[in-house]
Design a protein around this ligand. Structure first.
Ligand SMILES: Nc1nc2c(c(=O)[nH]1)N[C@H]1C(S)=C(S)[C@@H](COP(=O)(O)O)O[C@H]1N2
Ligand SMILES: [Mo]
Length: 318
């Protein structure tokens, strides 16, 4: 596992770099939502500088950001990881096998972007991302995030439930799974010029997982549009699963009538299961999954079954 070397000033906890105006803006935002100071003000101190954007009501009415915070997902058991850390510590193998994806992302064009939704559905279609963010019910949620490599973070995603999109295209009764595909553009993504992996990256969920309350198609993070290294313009977020299930920069969603294969399970089946559910009791063949390391503070925490999301997901695995 790689270590990250952080400049000294990044080591200041977000709670100490958050200034008064952010508290005030955030408080006003919550009030306008009719949420008052839900969750107490404690968690507000956990925001980084980027929360200035997410805190105020955006005067640009045409922007969908910041989206309303979902009160059911407004607090976590750990501080939000500052964006300056998470935007420079990414897995996006199309660009590099190291974490410094941000250095290799300049050629990647994420606008315009369309996503095709096809397969066993009544209403297949091609959706423009600009349209989707205007028409889908965008919301903000704080989620824990756990990579199979045993590092962890906590981030505010903005997106909509995958269920909302599925309800529009209407899966047929024969539908069992949802398969998702990333772009294939070797000109823009240098590692796609290599045959080390079966590009493009592909992932899948069961229909129940796809429709689960927690499953988001994210278009934003920290109250803004996703930056390219996080999988712009649209990526999957399934917080009870290891990060590799969260396919980035999706171009196609296919509703299927049998269980699809998945990228990492094809590449190394002993190391990466189809399910990819976070589980402290099932070790990776090369390391324990009992603990996780927060990427900002370096603090170790006990891994939680389903990453702490059992109440939402355990019924799917009985
Ligand atoms: N297309 C694509 N999606 C991907 C990956 C990738 O290499 N390519 N890496 C996965 C892994 S292993 C992780 S941990 C997360 C990382 O998401 P983040 O960089 O936004 O933290 O993206 C996932 N989605
Ligand atoms: Mo990962």
């Amino acid at each position: 596992m790689a270590y990250i070397h952080l400049p000294k000033d990044w080591e200041i906890p977000a709670s100490q770099v958050t200034d008064e105006s952010i508290y005030e803006d955030r408080r006003r935002f919550l009030k306008q939502l009719g949420l008052g100071t839900i969750g107490g003000l404690g968690f507000l101190g956990l925001f980084g500088r980027d929360s200035v954007a997410m805190a105020g009501i955006n005067p640009d009415q045409s922007s969908p950001y910041p989206a309303p915070l979902n009160p059911d997902f407004s607090t976590l058991d750990r501080p939000v990881t500052p964006s300056i850390i998470t935007s420079k510590y990414n897995n996006f193998y199309e660009f590099t096998l190291n974490k410094d994806v941000w250095k290799y992302i300049d050629r990647f064009r994420t606008k315009p972007w369309q996503i095709e939704v096809v397969g066993a559905v009544e209403n297949p279609g091609v959706f423009d991302i600009d349209e989707l963010v205007k028409t889908m019910p965008l919301e903000e949620r704080f989620y824990r995030f756990r990579c199979v490599e045993a590092w962890a973070m906590a981030v505010p995603w903005t997106g909509f439930r995958m269920k909302a999109l599925l309800d529009q295209v209407k899966p047929k009764s024969s539908a069992t799974h949802v398969r998702m595909l990333t772009f294939l553009r070797p000109d823009e993504a240098p590692v796609q010029q290599k045959d080390w992996f079966p590009w493009p990256y592909f992932e899948a969920l069961s229909m129940a997982e796809a429709r689960n309350e927690l499953t988001l198609l994210a278009t934003g993070i920290y109250g803004k549009e996703l930056p390219p290294q996080h999988g712009a313009p649209i990526r999957l977020v399934t917080p009870w699963k290891y990060g590799y299930k969260g396919i980035k920069s999706i171009v196609k969603i296919e509703v299927t009538t049998s269980k699809p294969r998945t990228f990492w399970n094809d590449v190394a089946p002993r190391e990466y299961s189809f399910d990819g559910n976070v589980n402290p009791y099932v070790a990776h063949p090369r390391w324990s999954q009992a603990r996780e390391r927060m990427i900002d503070t370096g603090e170790f925490r006990d891994t939680q079954l389903y990453n702490g999301y059992s109440p939402y997901v355990s019924h799917m695995y009985q």
